[in-house]
Design a protein around this ligand. Structure first.
Ligand code: ATP
Ligand code: MG
Length: 600
């Protein structure tokens, strides 16, 4: 599939569900007051102009990675395609691990990706929300559950609770605190909130069914005591809601229709529904309620995406920070040269499914290549330089030129010189050529004692040259290659066609080339499934995943600005590093290699 034709959105089961809901008018009666809220707020609102509402709910405890991109593109794309609204919600109900630094980075990455949370319906309405702003509602909902006999304060120790939960084969055992009166529960819960009990001494639990075959329904915890300063609410609370309690409420307050999450939450869905039904019965929420749907998380080979493992790579300095171009974080991918378009294409192409599977890393790389092929300016660069001396060249350098892009004349023309001393790639010369090698090699004397001339190649956009010899140092390293050029063979002149050569190589002239630091990257792990079967993923880190070289670049690259992307002809796509690149000290990162279509 080419990226020139607009790719049809990968048809997936979520689209089918949404289309069915739209057809049946499942969510047609909802009201929206222009802000999140329970029944009291929303019933005063207008009919919701958004046909559906989806959300991306990151916990601000780390940087976004490629797996999150999948979820963002999915949720944002569905809202966009079905006349809906997309919310960005910080799921910041856990005070311990969350930081403003992560909130800021997530906002910036989302903007860059183009996943906009501005309402398409109401001017100025921003759907950027914080779950911690719903703490009051969550608390009131908990008191309601207690009053309705659906929740109780349990004072068992953590070990007792674990033991009494049972397992897949054994039903659980009721807590001795389960039959407390409503008044006792309410009092205890208010004491918890007032800070009269120690951290961990008791929890609020839902009263559902300790014998349920679904362990998530065996009286799950709703609130815990935790004295910790929260990044948004400070020290206002010493009790915090559990994720499984908070999340459905967050969705409901925001009028989310399709709450899309990854498969590991499938067993939580019955509790999600139970909780929202109870709160609707109590008049705290209006129907229709949000519904949870699960899809398979993105698993990509040769990377890890667990925040804990990524943090370990950073903390233990296996990489140069969260935005190291080898990291699968959004800040890393961006610095590597990935574009929002390539990432969105990747998400569309890999679709959303119900079954877990692995996507090969090359699928991601292919989307970047496809995106940059059509728009990155071309340039010549020599990343592993070897000197080529044109022994019959005398005088002033000759001006040469090439289009910046073969299909885009509007991008203009590049200019560079040809002279006596050039740089070529070390691998474009072989002293003793292997079979089928069509690049430079020196003359030799064959078995019959006859001298066979050295090979001829075209220096792209320049002249045809014939290899005449080379020099080596004492250690046996080739230090320079010698050739003669054919003055009437210049590309674009009538004489050029008189020369038939099998090899074309890239080069730059020592007279105008620009020196640059170039960072060449390879896969970060040597194994496709770095943490498979409990293996320590650090044991399969590729020691050669980053190589820094001093390269010679065509002079047109002297004007590159940070984030500018180029195709270094025959090598791959490169980006001027957004942190370190300056006009005085150019730094380029390798984004992705070209699919190698070059004959030997
Ligand atoms: P991690 O496992 O890396 O800690 P997380 O799921 O805990 O990630 P959250 O911030 O809670 O991180 O995730 C926000 C959203 O991104 C969730 O809805 C989650 O399902 C989704 N998400 C996370 N990882 C992936 C993935 N690999 N593929 C698809 N969606 C993902
Ligand atoms: Mg999570």
């Amino acid at each position: 599939m080419s990226n020139k034709e607009a790719p049809a959105p990968a048809s997936n089961f979520l689209r089918n569900i949404i289309e069915r809901d739209l057809e049946q008018g499942t969510y047609a009666q909802r009201r929206w007051a222009g802000q999140p809220g329970g029944a009291v707020v929303q019933t005063k609102g207008e009919p919701d102009p958004a046909k559906i509402r989806t959300r991306f709910p990151p916990e601000p405890n780390g940087y976004l990675h490629i797996g999150h991109v999948k979820s963002i593109c999915l949720n944002h794309g569905l809202a966009r395609d079905y006349n809906g609204a997309f919310h960005l919600r910080f799921d910041d109900t856990n005070p311990e691990k969350e930081e403003q630094e992560y909130v800021d980075s997530i906002v910036e990455s989302m903007r860059w990706l183009g996943a906009d949370w501005t309402s398409p319906f109401a001017q100025g309405e921003q759907h950027l929300y914080y779950a911690s702003n719903y703490f009051d509602f969550m608390y009131a909902a908990a008191e309601y559950l207690i009053e309705a006999g659906h929740a109780y304060v349990d004072e068992q120790s953590a070990e007792e609770m674990r033991a009494n939960r049972g397992d897949f084969t054994t039903p659980g055992t009721n807590s001795p605190w389960r039959s407390r009166t409503v008044a006792e529960n309410l009092q205890r819960f208010r004491e918890m909130r007032a800070g009269q009990h120690a951290d961990g001494s008791m929890v609020l639990r839902a009263k559902i069914d300790m014998a349920s075959p679904n362990i998530n329904l065996r009286d799950p915890a709703l609130y815990r005591i935790k004295r910790a300063t929260h990044h948004n609410t400070g020290d206002a609370w010493c009790i915090y809601p559990m994720y499984t309690y908070a999340h459905p409420i967050e969705d409901a307050l925001e009028n989310i229709t399709h709450s899309i999450c990854t498969l590991e939450f499938e067993d939580q869905r019955p509790f999600y529904d139970w909780l929202l039904e109870r709160l609707a019965e109590g008049g705290l929420l209006t129907k229709p309620l949000p519904h949870q749907y699960e899809f398979a998380r993105l698993n990509l080979t040769y990377i890890v995406t667990s925040k804990r493992k990524l943090k370990q790579l950073v903390d233990e300095k296996h990489v140069d920070g969260w935005d190291d171009p080898r990291m699968p974080t959004l800040v890393g991918l961006r610095r590597r040269g990935y574009t929002p378009e390539a990432l969105r294409l990747f998400c569309d192409r890999t679709g959303a499914s119900k079954a877990n599977s692995w996507i090969d890393y090359s699928v991601l790389e292919a989307t970047l290549r496809e995106d940059l092929e059509g728009r990155a300016a071309r340039a010549m660069a020599v990343v592993k330089p070897l000197k080529l001396v044109i022994t019959n060249f005398e005088g002033e350098p000759v001006a040469c030129s090439a289009p910046a892009h073969p299909q885009k004349p509007e991008l203009g023309t590049r200019h560079f010189q040809f002279s006596r001393e050039l740089w070529i790639e070390a691998e474009d010369f072989m002293e003793a050529p292997e079979k089928g090698y069509h690049r430079l090699y020196p003359p030799r004397v064959d078995e019959a004692g006859v001298t066979v001339p050295g090979n001829k190649v075209r220096l792209k956009y320049g002249f045809v040259v014939e290899c005449t010899g080379f020099k080596k140092d004492e250690a046996g390293h080739i230090t320079e290659v010698h050739a003669t050029y054919f003055p009437d063979s210049k590309s674009g002149t009538p004489g050029a066609d008189n020369y038939k050569v099998k090899g074309v190589i890239t080069w730059v002239s020592a007279t105008d080339a620009v020196a640059a630091e170039v960072r060449l990257y390879d896969r970060f792990f040597t194994e496709p499934h770095p943490d498979a079967g409990g293996r320590d993923f650090l044991s399969v880190v590729n020691p050669k995943s980053k190589q820094v070289v001093t390269a010679w670049l065509e002079p047109s690259l002297a004007n590159a600005k940070p984030d500018d992307k180029f195709q270094f002809e025959r090598i791959g796509y490169f980006v001027a590093d957004r942190k370190d690149h300056t006009a005085e000290k150019p730094v380029f990162n390798m984004a992705v290699g070209l699919k190698d279509s070059w004959g030997k």
